[in-house]
Design a protein around this ligand. Sequence first.
Ligand SMILES: [Zn+2]
Length: 457
Amino acid sequence: MNVLQNIYDNSPVFFQHIMTSVKGYQNTKNRFGRIYYEHREFLRDFDNWTLERKCEYQRKELIKFVRYAYENSSFYHELYKDIDIYSIENIDDLKKLPIVDKEMLRSSIEDVYTVNKKDALEGHTGGTTGKSLVVLMTREDMMKRMATLDHFKSKVGFENLKMRRATFNGKHIVPQNQRCKIFWRYNAACKQMIFSSFHITEENMKYYVDELNKFKPQALDGFFTSMCDIAGYIERHNIKLSFKPVAIFPTSETLTAEGRARLERVFDCKVYDQYASSEGAPFVVECQNQVLHIDLSTGVFEKFNADSNEVLVTSFTTHGTPLIRYRIGDSMIFADTEEVCNCGNNQPIVKKIEGRKLDFLYNAEGAKINSGNVSNLFKNIPNAIIRAQLVQDRMDEVTILLEIDKKIYKKEYDMLLLNEFEHKFGKNTRAIIKHVDEIPRAKSGKFQMIRNNIEVK
Ligand SMILES: [Zn+2]
């Protein structure tokens, strides 16, 4: 991967477009194969089922999945050794099983896996505590997840692969030493223009908007913060857009009402939210009425306890790294069961998703590096970081506090991390790594991955 990144970084921009597309076509094979199309078909059918039939499907999938984990994952086999796993017959029975948290997964991750690395796709997650976790995903599950996502988009008018989309994500598509103002690369495999989320400064935004006007995307997706910044610029400068997208699909961050309204005003289309983490959580997606519905075909959400809104997830598309009663760290407020939506979707309604905070740090040039990108700093350091916190007191410097697993952590990981930091923050922002025994908590007791002490502009 590093060799490829090196070649990429030292190639001319036109060749980087080609490499982006080649990578896109490779990914396509893993994401849009036969199972993807079969599952899209299934989901279209599933939409028309009665709620009872959907719940029965969910119950059967749950039984199958719990048995699968018990029989194939040595972690779950050990965890459930005193439980009669064959007595788990409905959603309520889940309570017989212990809760699994991030630290349990991280410290025994090799035992959790049910597949070999070489047969699986890797998902890297930093998560909101900066804990690095590598999840292995089967190709079949990956395709089902892509199908679920594209089915959701298709219901509000966007057909992935057939329509043009502009994506704002955390991919390193712009090399450090690039001089020209081209902050995007084209992935022809998905008709997708990928825009860098690391270079959105006041000075550069003009180029982003010009390119959007040229590309005329039919949907925008990716980081909410990045899209809101661009929308703010367009509004402030009264720029006329030459396109009108079908929809906007933010990922990874909690939406604010203000940001959402701004996006809808500026791009003259609706924003549809979704919930599905990189660890492989079940899906919650918005319908055409912008109401969040749980997708019962993808898993089970439970309340962690009566006093909080924290949820536990059991996800049917995590065969490689099973998640059962997993304390993912996000919170949701569920609507009363009587509440129905007139969109035609009879599945349970979620009033609100909390958790993925809109935190960010600055780089020396003033670009916002959002929490999604910050947590990805740790993704190449497999399973060795217990907790990380980034503290910023001045624009050109960030202190990284690390609580590490001393058995796994290697000295060279510091270099890896600094390298990754430079990629995301650029050469002019300095990082200082400090290894500590314990990272102090906020007064509320809650852990914060990001502490930005610079007054927010
Ligand atoms: Zn609805």
